[in-house]
Design a protein around this ligand. Structure first.
Ligand SMILES: N[C@@H](CCC(=O)N[C@@H](CS)C(=O)NCC(=O)O)C(=O)O
Length: 202
């Protein structure tokens, strides 16, 4: 497998997962935030929106990080990263989807309007509104891990990998503060994992 990667982006999820599962992964770092590269026909052929990550595995090309995580777990895993109990599995799916579909969305809005878009295209009013929506998501995480180390209880799972990137983004955008102490503790715990460290530095 080969991942097209930009440091500090969602490709972290795939690099981290492969590290946890001890799977070989080729990492190609690309300048995706360079406008010309992002718009190039070669890159758009792999990633229609120009975003990272992109994963290639033989004939397969994927451009959605959560789908990559599920694909790798289905095909090469799951190790002990996916629960078998049906109740845990329901929560596992919920947290995986929540991490990207609900939580990462306002965080992405903040990133777009503070960092990614050229200054003249940024809409300042989006930022406080998105931060408020992101804090509501963090309230959900905060409650979940009040009395347990990980999203599913005592056991680390791939849902924590999905959430790990969103937590990283919430710290980077200033959404994660002392107002969410359980979430801070949770994120600190995730950062202790080798896979997280390897992915963050990649
Ligand atoms: N839902 C997509 C989101 C991909 C995404 O937003 N990637 C960001 C980096 S983490 C990106 O490429 N941003 C640059 C842009 O939006 O132009 C996924 O999980 O793969």
């Amino acid at each position: 497998m080969k991942i097209y990667h930009v440091k500090g982006t969602r490709s972290i999820r795939v690099i981290w997962l492969c590290h946890e599962l001890n799977l070989p992964l080729e990492i190609e770092t690309i300048p995706t935030f360079d406008a010309a590269f992002k718009a190039s026909p070669e890159w758009r052929a792999k990633s229609p929106t120009g975003k990272v990550p992109v994963l290639e595995d033989g004939d397969i090309t994927m451009y959605e990080s959560g789908a990559m995580v599920e694909y790798i777990l289905d095909r090469y895993g799951p190790g002990d990263l996916v629960p078998t109990d049906q109740t845990d599995l329901a929560m596992y799916y919920q947290w995986c989807w929540f991490a990207e579909a609900t939580f990462a969305r306002p965080l992405g809005d903040i990133m777009h309007n503070t960092v990614i878009k050229p200054p003249e295209e940024r809409i300042a009013a989006v930022v406080p509104d998105a931060a408020q929506r992101a804090r509501l998501c963090l309230d959900g995480v905060e409650r979940c891990i009040e009395n347990q180390p990980y999203l599913l209880g005592d056991k680390f799972s791939a849902a924590d990998i999905m959430m790990g990137y969103s937590m990283m983004l919430s710290e980077r955008t200033g959404v994660l503060t002392d107002d969410h102490p359980n979430s801070q503790r949770y994120y600190a715990l995730l950062q202790e994992r080798d896979g997280f460290r390897v992915a963050r530095e990649a």
